[in-house]
Design a binder for this molecule. Sequence first.
Ligand code: FAD
Length: 474
Amino acid sequence: MNETFTSGSRDDAGFRERVRLSFDLDVDICVVGAGLAGLTVALEAARLGASVAVLEGRHVGWNASGHLLGTVMPGFALPLADLIERVGFEDARELWTLSRDGADLVRAIATEESMPGIAPSDGVLEVSNVDDGERLISRLQMLNEDFDTEVEGWQFDRVRDVLTTDRYFHALHYPKAFQVDGRKYVHGLAALARRAGARIFEDTPVVGFDPSGIRKRIVTPSARLRASHIVLAGNVHLGAPLKRLSETLLPVWRYAALTAPLGERLNEVMAFRGSVMDSDGIDHFRIVDGDRLMWASPETTWAARPQRFAGAIKRRIRSIFPTLGDVEIAEVWGGVTGRTVHGMPQVGELHKGLWVASGFGGQGMNTSAMAGRLIARSILWGDERWRLFSPFELVWAGGPTGRAAGQLVGLWNRASSAAAGSLARHRERVRVREREREARLADANGAAAKGPRRPSPVRPAPEHEPSESEGISQ
Ligand SMILES: Cc1cc2nc3c(=O)[nH]c(=O)nc-3n(C[C@H](O)[C@H](O)[C@H](O)COP(=O)(O)OP(=O)(O)OC[C@H]3O[C@@H](n4cnc5c(N)ncnc54)[C@H](O)[C@@H]3O)c2cc1C
């Protein structure tokens, strides 16, 4: 298994005593992986009456699912325009609806009485690093009119009323998107799945399986299972049991930090209480506990100690909110996400009774919930909508070469986004100077028109007609 580093205080190992599988078992469905995807399959399938066993190599929420910012919104990592181009308008609409249903499912699960302290709060702002109002309007129309998604367009003065920075211009506001405490959510999900009858075994890696035959065999170091269906929800860690499937994902480690309490100065730079993410996918942040910032930004295609990125996140916060001053980083953590070449998750049946729910990238809350429900309903009710994902095949992500290329592409995207952002801010400064110059000119002309008329000094006629601004200091 690849290693994911987390800081001690976010490591969830201590939440409850772990149960390891040490005896042979027969179930309807065996789920590999107790992240968001695997646990949602388990919950949904158990609620539909199936006997379910979840096998987790480490512990519940060990990787990305226990280390996220908790922002839940509709959509996929693949931009909507690209989705339409890839599958056509009608299928894109259906896929989008599924992604929205995924967000609704998270809200429904999170607000069940048995998930205390999950603290859902509404509103997500997708801010633009460049001043491109036309693109904003066309996305707004498409989301509102064609994709039945409630979205508001915010002009840049409204954005700057709630975020004191010159970095962002327009924004799309999703009033029905929301955020939850991600760590509590994944543990709450496990508790609900157990209550519905699913059995979750931790410290139980799957080291091999045989998917042929009606009853499939699954091997762990100390026990064997038999199941009619296997759901692979192991993200990039799947390893030996299906190396070729793991190789269709590019592992991308994302790092996040929590600041120490910042007091009133945080309210002065940020009045928006939901999540903020930029349209280039670089920064993603929100206020937690009233006066602390939770901020995700750097990415690598190799595992690194998250603490190494504390300084980078601190600098990032400073570059977006310079007036916030120095901030103390209290905690840093990271997790690895699996990205597909085409940007869409892997959802579907690979072979009779062998299912995959993976590749959710940086937007896994709604998409893993969607995949979990879809697969449970496919197995138990014969729901065929997973076939909408068929155009997005399992494409090899390029192995180590793909990782190196992925890192370069990531750096390039960040650099070009930074360049586009500074060009947009330069243009804005030029526009502001131009407006100020025009205002001064108008004032001066007004004053000249109202002022006492003096007799014109006798002087030779100009060789050319003076322009409006000539002779007026600027
Ligand atoms: C810093 C950060 C912030 C994020 N913020 C957000 C956010 O705000 N909103 C959002 O939508 N998404 C966010 N994401 C993305 C989201 O976390 C992921 O897309 C999602 O958690 C993936 O879930 P998963 O179940 O596929 O994978 P994982 O969480 O990786 O779970 C897979 C599990 O499978 C287990 N496993 C693998 N192989 C085996 C095996 N052979 N045997 C047994 N067990 C195995 C692993 O141990 C692991 O626990 C964020 C990610 C990071 C890193």
